[in-house]
Design a protein around this ligand. Structure first.
Ligand SMILES: [Zn+2]
Length: 133
């Protein structure tokens, strides 16, 4: 989670969020949320959420991967970073079952992400976050 906080501190977005995808102690991907090239194209989602950023960095899923999400306020202190419904769905499609997120500077939340029905599961990460090949 410390690494997720450090990623969040790197963000240039108004809401500074960082995420780390890991299996045990092995880090698969890490990054802060990013601005889209042109926010006028999509006003509702002006940033790539940090969860989407790390999902885009990995091509194949490692079983047992978990995501750590941190958000920091202006002072750099962790605050609520529960994954939004859109990211929860992307995580579910990617086969990630557990998310850990900052709640306050002292507390961390855990979320179980239920598996999607097999018919909706998409094996490709790029697909999972809506990126065309
Ligand atoms: Zn999100």
């Amino acid at each position: 989670m410390d690494l997720a906080v450090r990623q969040a501190l790197r963000s240039t977005c108004r809401y500074r969020v960082g995420a780390v995808l890991a299996v045990g102690n092995r880090i698969l991907a890490a990054g802060p949320n990013l601005r889209r090239n042109n926010p006028m194209i999509d006003l509702r989602h002006a940033t790539f959420h940090a969860e989407e950023v790390v999902l885009r960095k990995v091509r194949t899923m490692t079983p047992g991967a978990e995501i750590f999400v941190a958000r920091v306020n202006r002072e750099g202190l962790p605050m609520m970073a529960q994954p939004c419904p859109r990211c929860q769905e992307a995580l579910a499609r990617a086969g990630i079952r557990r998310a850990h997120y900052t709640v306050t500077h002292r507390t961390v939340g855990d979320m179980f992400i239920p598996a999607l029905p097999r018919s909706q599961a998409i094996p490709s990460f790029r697909h999972a976050v809506g990126i065309k090949r």
